[in-house]
Ligand binder design. Structure first.
Ligand code: UDP
Length: 249
């Protein structure tokens, strides 16, 4: 349940999360909903317990990344569905890292699903629903004054580190990290922080032990492609992470 005392402090409600203000202007609460959307909100639904899974997975992965020197907006998890985070100004870019071809890359280039990408790709999409989150180039980003070339280099550098850390971690969980999306923000001190979430909503995750494409998908593609077992896929990701966490403690 949402803490109703927060109701009049709601700052923003997005497709999957709600952002609340707190008494401290530099601290926000992110509430994770079960609502799911795909294809720029043309497909809508609910995934049972998704908010709880995504909140916990994000907490676990951000804590892991912090240990590897990646600064994030996470302060702490305050309930099953809530994170206390630092307020940031979001850089309006989705930074997508691709290790294996899937999704829009296959649709736009004809590269076959499942093709290993070596070297991996780092791409930028403009966070703008009205424009359908278009793919950008470095030159377009400069022309639009979204970030400076130096800050863009920093984003790429961080995305590469996140990919190295998460690829190794998921591999140890028996999961292939196919691709994922990151968002970044700048805090009151001007520091660039990893923000938003990293979860089965924002990653493609394939079960390493399964070769059947319809069975191996553990992420939001189960919802996008009506593969069934959506909530089970999300839950299985969390269980693999927790199992790995217990064994490495
Ligand atoms: N992604 C995301 N939010 C978006 C778009 C993409 O989290 O608004 C993630 C998506 O889950 C996948 C990766 O970014 O892990 C690459 O997505 P892609 O460009 O292939 O888009 P899609 O096929 O989902 O349209």
């Amino acid at each position: 349940m949402i803490d109703t005392s927060l109701d009049n402090q709601k700052l923003y409600e997005g497709k999957a999360k709600i952002i609340y203000a707190t008494a401290d202007p530099e601290v926000l609460i992110t509430y994770f909903k079960d609502d799911a959307t795909a294809f720029n909100a043309q497909k809508k639904g609910q995934i049972t317990n998704k908010g709880v899974v995504n909140c916990k997975v994000t907490t676990y992965l951000y804590t892991l990344l912090e240990k590897q020197g990646i600064a994030t907006h996470l302060i702490r998890q305050t309930s099953d569905r809530e994170l206390e985070v630092k307020r940031v100004d979001i850089v309006p870019l989705e930074v997508v890292v691709r290790n294996i071809a899937a999704g829009s890359l296959c649709r736009q280039t004809g590269i076959a699903l499942g093709t290993r990408l070596s070297p991996f790709l780092v791409e930028f999409y403009y966070k703008n629903d009205d424009l359908g989150d278009p793919l950008l180039t470095r030159d377009r980003i400069a022309a639009m004054h979204i970030t400076s070339p130096a800050q863009l280099d920093q984003l790429v550098d961080k995305a590469q580190t996140v990919n190295a850390v998460l690829t190794e971690f998921f591999d140890a969980c028996g999961i292939t990290l196919v691709d994922f999306k990151l968002e970044f923000g700048v805090d009151a001190n001007g520091t660039l922080l990893l923000a938003d979430e990293i979860s089965p909503d924002t990653c493609r995750l394939w079960d390493k032990a399964e070769s059947d494409q319809r069975k191996r998908v553990m992420d939001k593609d189960r919802f996008r492609q009506d593969l069934g077992g959506v909530a089970e896929g999300y839950q299985a990701v969390l269980e693999r992470i927790l199992e790995k966490a217990i064994h490495s403690d």
